[in-house]
Design a protein. Structure first.
Length: 107
């Protein structure tokens, strides 16, 4: 085995870990997109109530700087076959959207 090449099982495992919580640029609700910077009010208007809400500390981009912030996490999942999305809200604005994040309570 070459020191530059990873074994296939290790590469697959790394891919699955990275895919579990991938950052998304937007979240589609019907024909509309929700993006970073949108208001929580617009998110509710376009996507409706989330399946679940919770809060916690996440590293997000606020005012041009990355850092840990206390955010609300709104969990969306359209159906059993779709990806789960977590939309993070800070001070009434969308600051991050993650696709494929585990949402065990919403299943």
């Amino acid at each position: 085995m070459s020191p530059r090449r990873l074994p296939l099982p290790l590469m697959l495992a790394a891919t699955l870990v990275l895919a579990d919580s991938a950052a998304a640029d937007s979240y589609r609700c019907g024909r509309q997109l929700v993006r970073d910077g949108d208001s929580a009010e617009r998110l509710l208007r376009l996507c409706g109530e989330p399946r679940r809400r919770d809060s916690g500390t996440e590293t997000v981009l606020v005012d041009g700087a990355w850092g840990p912030q206390r955010v609300q996490r709104w969990h969306y999942r359209k159906n059993r076959r779709s990806l789960a999305y977590v939309v993070m809200i800070y001070r009434g604005r969308v600051v991050a959207i993650e696709a494929g994040r585990a949402d065990r309570a919403a299943r």
